[in-house]
Design a protein around this ligand. Structure first.
Ligand SMILES: [Zn+2]
Length: 164
C-alpha cells in the first residue's frame, strides 16, 4: 500500500508542475499594473473617468471592431496620447497604413509603452500598454515595415489624437 501511494505521488508531482506551466498564462487577463501610484485608480474611478467603450479597451483589454476608429484614417501630423492618462505614446511620423483596420505604428515614443505576453487567442501575442497608467493599447507584431519591422496595432479608442 505504501509503495502504491509513493508511486502515485511520484507521478502526480511532475503532472502538477506541468499543469502549473499550462495554466499560469491565464492569470494575465486583468489590466496591467500601473507604474505610477497617482494613476492607481479603482475600477469605479476608471469607469467614472472613461467612456464605457474606452474602459472596455483600456482596463479590460478589449479590442474594438476593425475599421471602426476614425484614427485609422488619420493622416495629419500630431501626437497620439493615451486616452487613459494623456501620456504621448505615438507620433504621426511613425504611423502607417497596415490595412488591418486599426491605427498602426512602426515605433512608439521611447519609454511610453511596456509589453507582456497574453494568450487570449490561445496563440501567444505580445500585448502592450501605457507605461504610466497601465491602460491596454493593443498588440505588437513582427510584420511591420523597416526600420523596426514592428507593427504596433492600436485600438483607436485607447488613443487621443492631438494635431500639430
Ligand atoms: Zn496611460
Amino acid at each position: 500500500m505504501n509503495q502504491f501511494l509513493s508511486r502515485r505521488t511520484f507521478i502526480l508531482i511532475p503532472t502538477m508542475s506541468f499543469l502549473k506551466i499550462i495554466f499560469k498564462p491565464m492569470q494575465v487577463f486583468a489590466s496591467s499594473l500601473v507604474s505610477k501610484e497617482e494613476w492607481n485608480f479603482s475600477k469605479d474611478e476608471w469607469k467614472a473617468r472613461l467612456s464605457p467603450e474606452s474602459y472596455y479597451i483600456l482596463r479590460e483589454e478589449g479590442t474594438e471592431r476593425a475599421f471602426s476608429s476614425q484614427l485609422n484614417n488619420e493622416k495629419r501630423k500630431g501626437i497620439f496620447h493615451c486616452a487613459g492618462c494623456d501620456l504621448p505614446l505615438f507620433s504621426s511620423d511613425k504611423k502607417y497604413d497596415s490595412g488591418t483596420g486599426w491605427p498602426s505604428f512602426w515605433d512608439s515614443i521611447q519609454g511610453s509603452v511596456e509589453t507582456k505576453v497574453d494568450f487570449k487567442l490561445i496563440v501567444p501575442r505580445t500585448e502592450y500598454h501605457c507605461s504610466r497608467c497601465g491602460g491596454h493599447q493593443g498588440h505588437v507584431f513582427n510584420d511591420g515595415p523597416p526600420p523596426t519591422g514592428k507593427r504596433y496595432c492600436n485600438n483607436g479608442l485607447a488613443l487621443r489624437f492631438v494635431p500639430e
